[in-house]
Ligand binder design. Structure first.
Ligand SMILES: Cc1ncc(COP(=O)(O)O)c(C=O)c1O
Length: 448
């Protein structure tokens, strides 16, 4: 590890990336008990005989365990995917309509998209997050590239920053979505955390957050969840956002918004974009990763966008040229189908309106589930204050259940969730709420 550090001090940007990667792998190896550096065994038949089995992904692994459980009452609240009242995945009507239009259009072909994706999709995505009247868009200060959903957008943005930005430290909230650390580390950035959640109040630790940003090095990158913070469901108020904005700008920090839930938090696309618009409105620079996985239900289509708001149109155009160099060797160019669905919906007034209604219905159902669960725990007299269930925002509730209680609920009630006690409210229905409430009641009354 010491050698890795020495190497880093004397090396070029490319070497630095490699040493970061080596350090990440060293940590992974220590944690996961394998060594890719050990010499191949002559006894093994395979050149990969020394490859140890990696642990399941902490979030997607929950679904793997769920799938193996034969119980008829099993319930998967691990992964953040919307389910109907019947517990079924939902394809939005408006998406089916757009797909039909695309299929019927015989002029459509399956040629490659440009490296940066579908032009219409990019323009409309920037408009969706920044607002139709955004001066940044009208001044051509924004460059947008189509990427592979939210994750791909974060990764492309991080790769660009590792190559072209002077400060390589990114501050992410504690806690945050489990993939953030890996995405940014493997792109060559150094990940540090800022305080975010206060387990005592089950709310935002605004004081800790501001102190940590204040002591960050000038220019450091700051990852912000645009709305519906995952996993806590705790968002800053508009007033707190303003405090955060002032701190970020006064320290010349670089905001990088992760917008995975626009429309899911409040049911309003504009409402959920307010934090981003506040930052773009001050004329400063900013990165935004957008995902259409949740708000259009296009999970597996992998549709997203990275927008970079720059100070001048000339810088934006040069940044765009460099983004192409990042994307080309990674996946060449993005897939056409999902982006065409999104563009079809966003550019048609009627389809857009229909989408907002369906989106609102999803958001409302989640809010109703919060209320049902809160009431059900009240009816059972479950010890503790459960008001955070109705106060938290978005797809998830950070229940406050500990690891042992989570294990108990999985073992005894076949309820699956991440080990930090996060449950997906979108996976609940009126039928399954009582079962979950029984399980929580049993967990908190019998497991400490
Ligand atoms: C906070 C956050 N960011 C990004 C993503 C990326 O999702 P996707 O790559 O499916 O768009 C998710 C998905 O759960 C998320 O919760």
């Amino acid at each position: 590890m010491e050698n890795v550090d020495k190497l880093e001090m004397n090396s070029s940007a490319a070497d630095r990336r490699l040493s970061t990667l080596a350090r990440h792998l060293a940590v992974t190896i220590n944690n996961e008990g394998s060594s890719i550096f050990s010499s191949p065994t002559s006894a093994g038949d395979s050149a990969f005989a020394n490859v140890a089995r990696a642990p399941e992904d902490p979030i997607l692994g929950v679904t793997v365990a769920y799938n193996k459980d034969p119980s008829p009452v099993k319930l998967n609240l691990g992964v953040g995917a919307y389910r109907t009242e019947e517990g079924k995945p939902l394809v939005l009507n408006v998406v089916r309509k757009a797909e039909q239009l695309l299929v019927n259009d015989r002029s459509r072909v399956k040629e490659y998209l440009p490296i940066v994706g579908l032009a219409d999709f990019n323009k409309l995505s920037a408009k969706l997050i920044l607002g139709a009247d955004s001066p940044a868009i009208h001044g051509n200060l924004v460059t947008t590239v189509q990427c592979l959903s939210g994750t791909g957008s974060l990764r492309v943005g991080a790769e660009f920053l590792a190559r072209h930005y002077r400060e390589r430290t990114i501050y992410i909230p504690n806690p945050t979505w489990g993939n953030h650390t890996k995405v940014f580390t493997l792109a060559g950035l150094t990940v540090k955390t800022y305080r975010y959640y206060d387990p005592v109040t089950r709310g935002l630790n605004i004081q800790g957050l501001l102190e940590d940003l204040e002591s960050a090095p000038t220019g450091a990158i700051v990852l912000l969840h645009a709305c519906a913070h995952n996993p806590t469901g705790v968002d800053p108020t508009l007033q707190q956002w303003e405090q955060i904005r002032q701190m970020i700008r006064s320290k010349s920090l670089l905001p990088f918004f992760d917008s995975a839930y626009q429309g899911f938090a409040s049911g309003s696309l504009d409402g959920d974009a307010q934090s981003v618009r506040m930052f773009v409105g001050d004329g400063g620079e900013c990165f935004i990763a957008q995902s259409y996985a949740k708000n259009m239900g296009l999970y597996g289509e992998r549709v997203g966008a990275l927008s970079i708001v720059c100070r001048t149109a000339d810088v934006a155009s040069r940044v765009n040229s460099q983004l192409k160099l990042v994307i080309r060797p990674m996946y060449s160019n993005p897939p056409i189908h999902g982006a065409s669905i999104v563009a079809t919906i966003l550019k048609d007034r009627n389809l857009y309106h229909e989408w907002t209604l369906e989106l609102k219905a999803m958001a409302d159902r989640i809010i109703t589930m919060r209320k049902h669960l809160f009431d059900a725990l009240g009816a059972r007299g479950t010890p503790g204050d459960w008001s955070h269930i109705i106060k938290q925002i978005g797809m998830f509730t950070f229940t406050g259940l500990n690891r042992k209680q989570v294990t108990f609920m999985t073992k005894e009630y076949h309820i699956y969730m991440t080990s930090d006690g996060r449950i997906s409210m979108a996976g609940l229905s009126s039928r399954t709420v009582p079962h979950l409430a029984d399980a929580i009641h049993a967990a908190v009354t019998t497991v400490v």
